[in-house]
Design a protein. Structure first.
Length: 202
């Protein structure tokens, strides 16, 4: 993918703030109770805030699992994309939020959705270079996304993969490796990522 096009996607799939929004403040805190209170006080569930993002998209981009569950429980529409039409599945893939993949899958979001730009959530996860992006690739595969899903230009995920660990996972999936093996690898990657975060290396 051209660097310029990736920059456009990156701008669209970065969580933007929403000045004066109690709902976004509650999402930022990952506080389910505060989310329910903000909605009870009249905040609109599927309103697009600054940057064209709904509260659900904002929560997905920032990796707020409690907020995502609370918003979905309140009836948030997973089909509502941000201003460029990217759904939460694309945001989760781009930002590498593996823990949110099964939550979105449970609520019927199409994890194989091919956006107008020609790329699916799996391709966006493959562009990432961190362990959490590799873990997101694993989560998408576990949710049933084909490991050989082509982008609009005909390239397979393996051709999009930037990290060697991601390439290893995709090659294993293409060989038909058991999901349990991929899960173990993803858990190890996620643990390594968290250790690096605590050490201030990321």
């Amino acid at each position: 993918m051209a660097v310029g096009a990736r920059v456009v996607v990156g701008i669209a799939l970065v969580a933007c703030g929403a000045q004066g929004s109690d709902l976004i403040d509650a999402v930022q805190s990952d506080d389910a109770g505060a989310i329910r209170a903000a909605l009870a006080d009249g905040d609109e569930l599927d309103e697009r805030h600054e940057g064209g993002q709904t509260a659900l998209m904002w929560a997905c981009l920032r990796g707020k699992p409690n907020a995502v569950r609370a918003l979905l429980a309140a009836g948030a529409d997973v089909r509502v994309g941000e201003a460029q039409g990217y759904t939460c599945a694309h945001g989760v893939g781009f930002q590498g939020r593996a823990e949110l993949v099964p939550i979105l899958a449970e609520h019927g979001l199409d994890l194989s959705d091919l956006h107008d730009d020609g790329f699916a959530p799996l391709h966006r996860a493959c562009w990432g270079t961190t362990p959490r992006h590799t873990a997101t690739v694993v989560a998408l595969l576990e949710a049933g996304v084909p490991p050989d899903q082509p982008s609009k230009d005909g390239r397979r995920p393996l051709e999009h993969a930037q990290a060697s660990a991601t390439r290893d996972v995709l090659e294993a999936a293409l060989r038909g490796a058991a999901l349990e093996q991929l899960q173990r690898e993803a858990a190890q990657m996620a643990a390594a990522h968290m250790a690096a975060v605590h050490k201030g290396e990321l």
